[in-house]
Design a protein around this ligand. Sequence first.
Ligand SMILES: CC(C)(COP(=O)(O)OP(=O)(O)OC[C@H]1O[C@@H](n2cnc3c(N)ncnc32)[C@H](O)[C@@H]1OP(=O)(O)O)[C@@H](O)C(=O)NCCC(=O)NCCS
Length: 181
Amino acid sequence: MIIRAAEDADNEALAAIYGHHVLHGLGTFEEIPPSAEEMGRRRAAVQAAGLPYLLAEDAGQILGFAYAGPFRLRAAYRYTVEDSVYIAPDAIGRGVGRAVLSAVLGACEAAGIRQVVAVIGDSGNAASIGLHRSLGFEPAGVGRSFGFKHDRWVDIVWMQKALNGGDTRAPDAPGLTLSGG
Ligand SMILES: CC(C)(COP(=O)(O)OP(=O)(O)OC[C@H]1O[C@@H](n2cnc3c(N)ncnc32)[C@H](O)[C@@H]1OP(=O)(O)O)[C@@H](O)C(=O)NCCC(=O)NCCS
């Protein structure tokens, strides 16, 4: 298995993986699968911000992807990112999520990020909560019934992981360039 940056040629495969979880899961609150072109636009925006958008590939088959995007666009959020990770249904539970999300965290550390936030759809999402916990994320609260999907109210679970010393020292890098003032 290799981990590499996603590119235009991967748009269809990533849209298929994400679309499955949009339609069948609660990990994302999106309800209509985005097109391959839209996946590409979103990926390019992440990469243009200097942040990682990576995938795991084995023998030419794309097994999953993870990325870190700006958490919010107001300027003071410039040291915080939100991660996302989605694995192909037939590759779940084989260490792919750990591998690709670990690589994203490494790239965020290199970019000078201080906090990584996971906003996990569904308090019953044991796989995502377990994956984040195993990579050192700590619980940061629950938003009760913030979503309504698949005919029921759905929580979000917040988790966070400090990088580069977190809040123990002042910033020593410029942080993200954000558009929200
Ligand atoms: C959540 C998800 C990304 C995890 O990826 P994965 O490749 O299946 O996870 P891994 O095999 O790398 O597991 C890594 C660790 O996560 C934890 N974990 C994984 N699945 C778990 C489960 N069902 N229950 C509890 N812990 C679990 C374990 O600690 C595991 O380490 P271990 O194998 O040493 O025990 C994947 O299941 C997925 O795509 N789910 C649907 C979409 C989703 O919810 N994405 C997250 C949105 S926030």
